[in-house]
Design a protein around this ligand. Sequence first.
Ligand SMILES: Nc1nc2c(c(=O)[nH]1)N[C@H]1C(S)=C(S)[C@@H](COP(=O)(O)OP(=O)(O)OC[C@H]3O[C@@H](n4cnc5c(=O)[nH]c(N)nc54)[C@H](O)[C@@H]3O)O[C@H]1N2
Ligand SMILES: Nc1nc2c(c(=O)[nH]1)N[C@H]1C(S)=C(S)[C@@H](COP(=O)(O)OP(=O)(O)OC[C@H]3O[C@@H](n4cnc5c(=O)[nH]c(N)nc54)[C@H](O)[C@@H]3O)O[C@H]1N2
Ligand SMILES: [Mo]
Length: 726
Amino acid sequence: VVRIRGDMNDVFSKGYICPKGSTLKQLHEDPDRLRRPLVKRDGQHVEVSWDEAWDEVERGLTRVIDTYGRESIGAYLGNPGAHNLSAMTFNRVLLGALGTRQRFSASSVDQLPKQVSAGYMFGTAISVPVPDLDRTDYLLMLGANPYASNGSLATAPDWPGRLEAIRARGGRVVVVDPRRSRTAEAADEWLAIRPGTDALLLAAMVAAVFEAGEADPGEHLVGHLNGVEEVHRALAEFTPERVERVVGIDAATIRRIALELCRAPRAAVYGRMGTTTVSFGTTASWLVDVLNVVTGNLDIVGGAMFPLPVAAGPTTRGKKGVGKGFKIGRGKTRVRGFPEALGEYPAALMAEEIQTPGAGQIRAMVVVGGNPVVSTPNSEQLAGALDSLDFMVSVDIYLNETSRHADVILPPPSHLARSHYDLALLNFALRSVANYSEPIFELPPGVPDEWEILARLAGIAQGLGASVDPSTVDEVTIRSMIESAVRDDTSVIAGRNPDDIYAALSGPANGLLRGPDRILDLMLRIGPFGEGFGVNPDGVSVAMLKRHPHGVDFGALVPRIPEVLRTPSGKIELAPAELIADLPRLRTSLDHDPEQILLVGRRHLRSNNSWMHNIRVLVKGKPRCTLQMHPDDAARIGVADGSPVRVTSRVGSVVAPVEITADIRPRVVSLPHGWGHSKSGTRQSVAREHAGVNSNVLTDHEAIDPLSGNAVLNGIPVSLAAVAGE
Ligand SMILES: Nc1nc2c(c(=O)[nH]1)N[C@H]1C(S)=C(S)[C@@H](COP(=O)(O)OP(=O)(O)OC[C@H]3O[C@@H](n4cnc5c(=O)[nH]c(N)nc54)[C@H](O)[C@@H]3O)O[C@H]1N2
Ligand SMILES: Nc1nc2c(c(=O)[nH]1)N[C@H]1C(S)=C(S)[C@@H](COP(=O)(O)OP(=O)(O)OC[C@H]3O[C@@H](n4cnc5c(=O)[nH]c(N)nc54)[C@H](O)[C@@H]3O)O[C@H]1N2
Ligand SMILES: [Mo]
């Protein structure tokens, strides 16, 4: 690899690239990146052949399954899987093969509340409206810092440039954040909210819109809405005057912003991490879209719109305009009876499921592309729990804080040696775009692709033995996907002969596609712009995308109500029973003590959660793992810039250097997550030199949004103390 740069001809990015993208060269070459499997022998990880590793996996997994049953296997799927075609297509297969309900993922430390609220309101967990950045005149953004993160659940290259364009065309950007982030700095207005109170702020804005008589969802939603009056009644008590003390934003400002949203020609409300990773995450996520509706901005150009992904997915499949709707709680956790959401349990409760004895106790863990010891609450508790397992396997590229607990580590190949299509994030894209890239490097003989690792794990879990051929699993998988597509009478291939479809996908004329590429080809061809197996010869397929290496743009978003809906009523449910029933809890939060010191997180442009700190260019410069603190708080506890401060929460305590700044609300402190690389037994030499501290030592596994199971990572009550003599 000589150099990596953006593709100026790319239909979506136009050459914009993130600094982490251009360091894929360094990641590819990182000597610490694992090339061969590791097995733990006498407490030390040693390199072994793939055959030895697979034998070890078979022994470990089957022993636990045979002794304690399948429910004793836990699985945790991490965030990189959402950006990884192998994981997007084969994680599901692995979970099915494991046959356990003990499933966890990074979703429950992230966006789960938004998916739950979207599910209730619009019918599927993928039906998430995104702000139509390129055409809006007014953006109200809560708890997001796209100058660092490049946005999230709203996929678009160069978010900062798109925000600047709003202002350049005379529009307005308002940012709600306890910190004056880079994004807040670049905006027209910064509202320094008290952490964890966005739901109250949004409720007050909705109440203010109704009170002013300006609630008007618009002509285009007439006949498509349930619950407008119910929402009005239920939220009326949350007046701006009533919430201002605890929210920390004055009532007049709350009213003004609410009415600006109504009066701007086109406006959108958008909330992310700061609104989801809090105890009212689902409530705030719901109210973002309620506000979009009552201000007349849902499903219109320049407002909050539903993406139209190119690959077939939940919002384009099945009967248009009506569906089964969305439910949680199809199972409960073993220990505290916490309800399931989206087929998984809260990551925050993984440790107690491992440590609490009894039938169904987790005895083995399968972790795929995750670092929960750094990324999920109460890290010390989880690390102890992982140590007590009978068996653990990690599919990971590094020996890090989590995989050091694994008996076997199976490393997938370099990111440059795989094909790519962003199946997950294009579900939330601001344009209907398709882009496929072929691997840069071929895999050396005997080195499995990531999907082959996942398929082989699945085969072993099914009892097919360590030598199971991944292609057997692949064949079963594609056959069953074809079967269900031809049986679906709304599909473009309804009633077709499955063998013909199989042959069209797999034959030499289609490049002998296998694995994730073949699954992707099926999803593209039966999607809304698909080739349809002959129905629409100019439509999209993997072959077509290979002829268009810069991607294909199917255009900006278009209004999708009512066709996008999958609720049983066929309407938008503005007042879901689950959310209305939880409002008394929101009311009690009005009594919170505004003097309590609260911890929030933050992201940096050159970090990526916990795992890219081993790349030197990404960690060089001033240490970033600092505790940001307002000068008033620093004066009160008597610390100078750079001196160590002890931060203590209910579950843990860390010492970090203080960074005194007026760009944060008094009585709020901020520590980034993803650091704390000083554990023994890891192999990340650069990260170790820039260890920092792990903020999730402080986050509390008991603090969970009850409506979704999402962990509370922002607004953690803490106490602060200067560290003498350090
Ligand atoms: N460079 C970089 N980019 C990333 C990532 C990364 O680690 N590094 N991670 C990726 C991932 S996995 C995700 S999910 C996205 C997340 O992307 P974003 O949602 O943009 O997340 P953050 O950058 O953490 O910004 C969250 C902001 O919320 C603020 N905040 C904290 N508490 C509250 C609160 O109670 N209310 C309000 N209103 N604000 C609050 C914080 O101060 C912070 O500025 O970023 C993705 N992009
Ligand atoms: N306090 C606090 N905690 C947070 C957050 C926060 O804002 N504040 N943010 C949360 C969010 S939004 C997220 S998404 C989670 C992330 O939580 P996780 O997904 O658990 O953690 P990551 O740090 O993303 O770790 C990813 C792991 O995948 C490995 N990896 C990288 N690439 C690949 C690959 O291609 N294949 C495989 N198999 N492995 C790979 C890395 O080595 C690393 O071990 O963290 C959450 N934790
Ligand atoms: Mo995330």
